[in-house]
Design a protein around this ligand. Structure first.
Ligand SMILES: C[S@@+](CC[C@H](N)C(=O)[O-])C[C@H]1O[C@@H](n2cnc3c(N)ncnc32)[C@H](O)[C@@H]1O
Length: 315
């Protein structure tokens, strides 16, 4: 017997009833992988338990929330294409559970690799100062802050909503680390730290406008265009970021950039044109070219003293 008032905080459900409920939800539309994600994230029903119910539907399971509440969220997802992550207000990413809300990009799985690439670049010599350009939810900033707890970090974004979200995620996941969030365009708010940024990661908007216009509604209608639309060829933000990198990075500093699956060659050319060195391209877990890494000249020299205050020089 299902009793599913939306106000019901916790309920025990018989497996056969739950499996029937699940089929009814899928009849409304949507993908089973997404419904199972919702069951896991909002009701605490993990995949292995769901599989066991198929073998033994007479078992009961305890859900963290009522089926009525789950059904309301699923209907909003199917009918209004609202992303499930916005509906539940959070998103697992790496070893973190990040808060997400409309107006701020939902962190993607492929972006997790930027953290591993940054780690590979610096090896056993952590940077003293790093930045995340276009920080969004603060996913990369939180991961880097935890990775390099003694370093000074910066997250930059043009969106005030993104900066508020990043602030709350950083407070939760890296409360003791020194990460400053700055409003503005790419490198500009960091000007007083130019020449001292030893690692810079960025996942800028890179989807060509025509592709953005044709994206599935769950993304196109609900996630912020500022985070996604990279102009006619998708490279508008990337051009700006890469061309200023040699002025802003420390000697030997690394730039790690995520891009659209078909932009690897174009982005490598931009890195070369900017005079960056040790350029390498990397694939995501789907096998698509997704990241380009490059280094500012001067990597062989000993690292200069690192002042704890910003430089007074601007430009
Ligand atoms: C693709 S999202 C990446 C967000 C986050 N780093 C992530 O990986 O999930 C791009 C971010 O760049 C920000 N952005 C767009 N234009 C910008 C600009 N001119 N200067 C700084 N940030 C900008 C957007 O607000 C958005 O948060």
């Amino acid at each position: 017997m299902l009793s599913d008032g939306p106000d019901q905080a916790c309920q025990s459900v018989c497996g056969s009833d739950l499996l029937r409920w699940r089929r009814l939800q899928l009849d409304q539309g949507g993908r089973s992988v997404d419904l199972d994600w919702l069951l896991r994230e909002e009701a605490g029903l993990d995949w292995a338990t769901l599989q066991r119910l198929r073998l033994d539907p007479g078992r009961s399971v305890r859900l963290l929330t009522g089926l009525g509440h789950l059904q309301t969220l699923w209907r909003r997802h199917c009918l209004q294409h609202e992303p499930l992550q916005y509906l539940v207000g959070r998103c697992p990413w790496r070893d973190l559970e990040l808060d997400v809300a409309p107006g701020v990009l939902i962190p993607r799985q492929e972006t997790e690799q930027l953290v591993a690439l940054a780690q590979e670049c610096v090896g056993a010599d952590p940077p003293r100062c790093w930045a995340d350009l276009g920080t969004g939810s603060g996913c990369l900033a939180a991961a880097l802050a935890r990775l390099w707890p003694d370093a000074l970090g910066f997250g930059v974004d043009r969106s005030a909503r993104a900066l508020r979200q990043a602030q709350s995620n950083l407070q939760r996941w890296a409360p003791a680390q020194r990460v400053h969030l700055l409003a503005g365009d790419w490198w500009a708010p960091l000007q007083s730290w130019w020449g001292r940024l030893e690692v810079v990661v960025t996942n800028p908007p890179y989807i060509p406008t025509a592709t953005w216009a044709a994206l599935e509604p769950v993304v196109q209608r609900h996630e912020p265009r500022l985070a996604l639309d990279g102009g006619a060829d998708g490279l508008a933000a990337i051009r700006l970021i890469v061309s200023d990198a040699p002025r802003a990075l420390a000697p030997g500093g690394w730039l790690l950039l995520e891009h659209h699956h078909d932009q690897s060659e174009a982005v490598q050319e931009l890195f070369q044109a900017a005079g960056l060195e040790q350029i390498s391209a990397h694939r995501d877990l789907e096998g698509n070219g997704r990241f380009v890494v490059g280094r500012c000249a001067g990597g062989g020299r000993p690292r200069p003293e690192f002042p704890t205050q910003p430089a007074s020089r601007h430009g």
